[in-house]
Design a protein around this ligand. Structure first.
Ligand SMILES: CCCCCCCC/C=C\CCCCCCCC(=O)SCCNC(=O)CCNC(=O)[C@H](O)C(C)(C)COP(=O)(O)OP(=O)(O)OC[C@H]1O[C@@H](n2cnc3c(N)ncnc32)[C@H](O)[C@@H]1OP(=O)(O)O
Length: 218
């Protein structure tokens, strides 16, 4: 593997970083971090990953793309901040709160009763034979399951276990409905269930346990 060792980062939290324990102390939400074009920047990177997934470049083109990417990486190197103050994960006006690592979703309804979201698995989420990779489906369930737990509990929760039952194939590039809700809770334990539908068709189901973090818990 190359690349990782070359990366610059300044991800150490500072004394003023708004975090406590393993997650943010509060549900930090913003619409301004990263500026008005941040969402479009993330979207362009997703589109690029879609193209990389299916591209078969000539050696010359691959070299050209590498040079362009090096320049882009150098640009972003000048702006790195710690995870607690980066826009990613806090921009509630953007798909998946601006977090590029998540399949893009939009929350249609979210509250203590549960979360109802529209998710689209992109071309780069391909598993095989034109449908989504099961790991990416689990990522979507994890984030939106954690959100259901956090919105019910009023504080962050961490996944203790997460089981996905894959009931039918999950298509790419199709708006799907993902729902999560706390089925039962007991102390810090939130038993969360979830479903993923393509229209009326059930693609997958989730059964998970999210534990609310104690203040300061790593
Ligand atoms: C309109 C929209 C608005 C939106 C607004 C924005 C809101 C945004 C909000 C949110 C979105 C973000 C959401 C993100 C979600 C992602 C979450 C992740 O992926 S987390 C990373 C993966 N998970 C780990 O790395 C955990 C590793 N494990 C641990 O850290 C610990 O084991 C932990 C915290 C899970 C539990 O440890 P302990 O020390 O706190 O608690 P102990 O005492 O061990 O367990 C508590 C109880 O739970 C049971 N328990 C624990 N683990 C269990 C297990 N695996 N199975 C069954 N029971 C378990 C225990 O038996 C105990 O039960 P008894 O109280 O005695 O009844």
């Amino acid at each position: 593997m190359t690349g990782a060792t070359e990366q610059q980062s300044s991800t150490e939290a500072s004394e003023t970083s708004p975090h406590q324990g393993g997650f943010r102390a509060d549900f930090e939400v913003t619409t301004e971090r990263g500026g008005p074009s941040y969402g479009e920047m993330v979207e362009q990177v997703r589109t690029f990953m879609d193209k990389v997934r299916y591209a078969s470049p000539t050696p010359e083109l691959a070299d050209e793309v590498i040079e362009d990417l090096k320049k882009l990486n150098a640009k972003l190197d000048t702006t790195l901040v710690d995870e607690w103050t980066s826009p990613s994960g806090t921009r509630i006006d953007l798909p998946s709160r601006g977090n590029i690592t998540l399949p893009p979703y939009e929350v249609r309804n979210g509250g203590p009763e549960g979360v109802d979201a529209e998710v689209i698995f992109r071309r780069f989420h391909l598993g095989g034979n034109g449908v989504a990779h099961g790991g990416h489906v689990a990522v979507a369930f994890d984030d939106l399951g954690g959100m259901a737990a956090a919105l019910r509990a009023g504080r962050p929760a961490r996944t203790a276990y997460l089981t996905v039952n894959y009931r039918s194939l999950t298509p790419l590039e199709t708006p799907l409905v993902l729902r999560t809700w706390v089925h039962e809770h007991d102390g810090r334990k939130n038993f969360v269930r979830g479903t993923l539908h393509d229209g009326d068709r059930l693609c997958a189901e989730m059964d998970a346990l999210f534990i609310e973090l104690r203040p300061g818990q790593a």
